[in-house]
Design a protein around this ligand. Structure first.
Ligand SMILES: [Zn+2]
Ligand SMILES: [Zn+2]
Length: 348
């Protein structure tokens, strides 16, 4: 049988066409994909030679859908169940997993099951994924679109929890993309006092205000380091998160944080690139620099609950719902900053 999918044939060459529908694994299931979010990392992958010539390939990891078929040996899920697939898959047996930090799972063969293949009408979910977990049921009164926010929200949720953004904090977020907007919203839920957002795109900055941002800085017009100092009485912010794919924002971030503050490198930068840092400043000012990627199962569960909570403004984040055929339009809407979050429908 055939299904519709968005196949990547090379950088910026994405074609929506018919391709072979995956077979149902004996110990797994076939999920009929009802919505799939378009992630910043998808866009980076789709517009660069991310597969080193190994094409065609189907990306997409913010997957929600309904069980369409189960294999004869699958007993956990039933046809008709609505599911969210967290792409991380952890063994729950290695030292990292047992310590509560499954995001650092040491069994890469398991972790690598990361659910790519969501820009399609169906996806096969193998028995290994079902066994190791990271699949959550979507309550009947929650839309597929809202549930799809569970994935992008997870890593932000984990980051702010891990560095303890909380009451009375002044937080600087560099990068007013969807991730930056999620950060502002969750920082406010956690009680941050002042959220300062920095970007070069004025439209994005204006949109970010609806998520609790107190101050915006357009770094194409103003020196962002001076601006942050001015907004913090010369002291610097308690925490600074670089959520862009740009090395220069990492370089700047350590000049915006107060003595003893925390800097997080959240956004991935181009492969192989190096960031210049004034390490004496880091040393003498007792600055903590932390990298962040992913989330533990526990955090992914709680972030999913937040995404589907009635009082979480998922509608404000999802600015565009497009048919899968318009994936290229979704990419450019996200790149220009016109869209915050684009969710694709494979069946429209
Ligand atoms: Zn994502
Ligand atoms: Zn593990």
């Amino acid at each position: 049988m055939q299904m519709k999918a968005a196949l990547m044939y090379g950088p910026n060459d994405i074609r929506v066409e018919m391709t072979e529908k995956p077979a149902c694994p004996k110990d797994g299931l076939i999920l009929k994909i009802m919505a799939v979010g378009l992630c910043g990392s998808d866009i980076r992958n789709l517009t660069t030679d991310s597969r080193k010539g190994n094409y065609p390939f189907i990306y997409g990891h913010e997957i929600v859908g309904v069980v369409d078929e189960t294999g004869p040996e699958e007993t956990k899920y039933k046809v008709g169940q609505r599911l969210f697939l967290f792409p991380g898959t952890y063994c729950m047996e290695c030292d990292s997993c047992v310590s509560g930090h499954s995001e650092n799972c040491e069994n890469e063969h398991v972790a690598k099951l990361a659910g790519t293949g969501g820009f399609a009408q169906y996806i096969a979910v193998g028995g290994e994924k079902i066994h190791y977990g990271g699949i959550y049921e979507i309550p009947d009164d929650v839309t597929y679109e809202a549930a799809s926010l569970g994935e992008p929200l997870t890593s932000v949720f984990a980051c702010l929890e891990n560095v303890g953004v909380g009451y009375a904090d002044t937080l600087v977020i560099i990068g007013a993309g969807p991730i930056g907007d999620f950060m502002a919203q969750i920082a406010k839920i956690r009680g941050a006092q002042k959220v300062i957002m920095i970007d070069i795109n004025q439209h994005r900055l204006e949109m970010a205000k609806q998520f609790g941002v107190d101050e915006i800085i357009n770094s194409s017009e103003t020196d962002p380091i001076e601006a942050v100092k001015a907004l913090t009485g010369g002291r610097g912010a308690d925490k600074v998160i670089s959520a862009t794919p740009v090395n220069a924002t990492q370089t700047q971030s350590i000049h915006m944080v107060r003595k003893g503050g925390i800097v997080v490198f959240f956004g991935g930068v181009p492969k192989g690139s190096m960031t210049e840092l004034d390490c004496n400043l880091v040393h003498y000012n007792n600055i903590w620099i932390k990298g962040h990627f992913g989330a533990s199962y526990d955090q992914s569960k709680r972030a999913f609950r937040l995404a589907i909570a009635k009082n979480f403004p998922s509608d404000k984040f999802i600015t565009h719902i497009l048919p899968l055929d318009k994936i290229n339009e979704g990419i450019s809407l996200t790149r220009t900053g016109e869209a915050i979050k684009v969710v694709l429908h494979p069946w429209d």
